[in-house]
Write a protein that binds this ligand. Structure first.
Ligand SMILES: [Fe+2]
Length: 545
């Protein structure tokens, strides 16, 4: 999410994930440190034609938001923000002793995470303006499993990072940390043009992905950096400002952008992503660009869809033949900055739409739009075709209380489902699947686009940050944050939460759960889920696995 790192919407939600890289993490010993709790959370089926099921009304969701915010304490806020302390240096690969036992069928590989990590001495107004730091945990294959793994960390050598290294000091100013004001954003962009020769720094601090032999460090408003990790844990940036062999068109303001999230079709190995451009003077109308790469990493299809408003699109969902475009009214309007308002706001009166675009579309005219209730979707769970030929879309949806609430406050999201009928062009049902606040969904990659029973996600016991009128944060933004301290298994078929795993006291999740397939086994959909957990107030020491 540069100039405006439109990841502004993420700044609240990603804050916790980013904190993973502010201190050496400790992975919770699987099956031992986690306490397993069953939770009765049965959402009833929606009545025909209704948009909200009887048992989970909008009022119930609003109450759940109030309850979540009401549970936040000063101690919670301080504990969360203690995790913001950045690494002050990179870590060369070092052996880290294992505590407990890894699952015997957990395959070997590198567990890679990324997040903003301010460099020492930098005056970052916003945490998410910071340079991306990669964190790696290399685990040997089961047959070579040792009593240790290898931990390492390194900043991504982006173009902006390299320029500042060469200059011996700061060149760029962040823009996310300017929220909720707009003039500082304009000042930062001018400064960056003059001193850094690019309007926004390519921080590449949001997500890391792997496809067709390439590992990418991503941020949705800049071009990615290609990185590499060796079997011995060395981390290296091999290409900054990558356009993926001409896949990413140039943009005069950002240089080009690639969405932070993508989906890989489990049958074809194709990677599908939606990137967006907010438009503006010299840039034309706002658009969403839909790209398909084949299993070898070659761009095979690209369609640019014009949009009526400059919206943020952070994620997508796919079926075997379609992509779902989330056109929901979290907008990025540059002109607001001239009025000293932050550019990213929730426009609750702007209609929401979901678009179905054929994967191999040759024209933007082939997208079919469905009117839906407004809201904000940061992360999608899944989509699939049902027996009636309709398309079921599942995601985590939030409804900010006012235009600035999504940026200035934390707005929890909840599991939600839409059923789109291409035959009639109507959304025939939309409803909450649970009133448990959730974020960062993940599931078996083999089920993307197919009807899945479950997805996994983080849940928060509380959210906030402003205590007694004073923000408990070392950063101007984000001022609030969620306390992610349980892992939930969302029942996508029946609704509700099938299982909930609570972390021990003083431990927090800091990154989305990752589904890892078993190294052996007949059914490849079997696997295990691996979230990253940080023990709050962990004394500086090497991570324990
Ligand atoms: Fe994300």
């Amino acid at each position: 999410m540069p100039y405006l790192q439109n990841h502004a919407g993420l700044l609240l939600l990603l804050a916790a994930a980013a904190r993973a890289f502010t201190r050496p993490p400790a992975l919770a010993a699987r099956g031992q440190a986690l306490q397993r709790v069953r939770m009765a959370d049965a959402a009833s089926a929606a009545a025909p034609g209704s948009t909200v099921p009887a048992t989970i009304t909008a009022a119930r969701i609003e109450a759940a938001v109030r309850e979540t915010r009401g549970r936040h304490t000063a101690e919670s806020a301080r504990q969360i923000y203690a995790l913001f302390d950045p690494f002050t240096r990179e870590q060369v690969p070092v052996k880290v002793a294992l505590r407990g036992a890894l699952p015997p069928d957990l395959p070997g590989g590198a567990y890679l995470r990324i997040g903003p990590n301010p460099r020492p001495g930098r005056k970052e107004p916003g945490f998410l303006d910071a340079d991306g730091m990669l964190l790696s945990i290399v685990i040997r294959p089961p047959e070579e499993r040792a009593d240790h793994c290898l931990f390492s960390s390194a900043w991504v050598r982006t173009a902006g990072f390299q320029k500042e290294e060469a200059a011996g000091g700061d060149l760029f100013q962040g823009t996310l940390g300017a929220a909720p004001r707009g003039w500082p954003v304009l000042a930062a962009v001018i400064n960056n043009f003059v001193r850094g020769k690019q309007a926004v720094k390519d921080t590449c601090n949001t997500a890391v992905s792997y496809h067709a032999g390439k590992i990418l460090a991503l941020m949705e408003q800049c071009r990615p950096s290609e990185v590499r990790v060796s079997k011995t844990g060395e981390l290296r940036t091999i290409k900054a400002l990558s356009d993926l062999n001409g896949s990413i068109p140039f943009d005069p303001l950002t240089g080009g952008a690639l969405g932070a999230h993508s989906r890989v079709d489990p049958s074809t190995g194709e990677k599908i992503a939606v990137s967006y451009a907010t438009g503006g003077p010299g840039q034309g109308p706002p658009t969403a660009r839909h790209d398909v790469w084949n299993a070898k990493g070659k761009l095979t299809h690209s369609v640019t869809v014009p949009l009526p408003a400059p919206i943020m699109i952070h994620d997508l969902a796919i079926t075997p033949s379609l992509s779902v475009i989330f056109d929901l009214p979290l907008t990025v309007r540059i002109e607001k900055a001239f009025l000293d308002r932050f550019l990213v706001e929730y426009e609750k009166d702007t209609p929401g739409r979901l678009g179905l675009l054929p994967r191999y579309a040759s024209s933007s005219n082939q997208v079919q739009w469905f009117d839906v209730e407004a809201g904000v979707v940061l992360h999608a769970c899944n989509a699939y075709h049902d027996a009636q030929g309709r398309v079921v879309v599942q995601a985590f949806r939030a409804v900010p209380a006012d235009p600035t609430a999504y940026i200035a406050k934390f707005t929890p999201a909840f599991p939600y489902q839409w059923i789109l009928d291409p035959a009639t062009g109507r959304c025939v049902e939309e409803r909450y699947l649970s009133d448990t606040p959730t974020e960062f969904p993940n599931m078996s990659p083999h089920m993307h686009g197919r009807e899945a029973s479950y997805c996994y996600a983080l849940s928060l016991s509380s959210a906030g940050g402003v205590i007694d009128g004073q923000p408990v944060t070392p950063y101007r933004m984000p001022q609030e944050s969620p306390r992610f301290d349980s892992l939930v298994k969302v029942d996508l078929k029946r609704g509700g939460i099938a299982q909930q795993f609570h972390l021990p006291r003083h431990s927090l999740f800091v990154s989305e759960p990752i589904f890892v397939h078993r190294s052996q086994g007949l059914f490849r959909v079997q696997g295990s889920v691996h979230p990253l957990c940080v023990r709050a107030y962990l004394a500086p020491q090497l991570p324990l696995l």
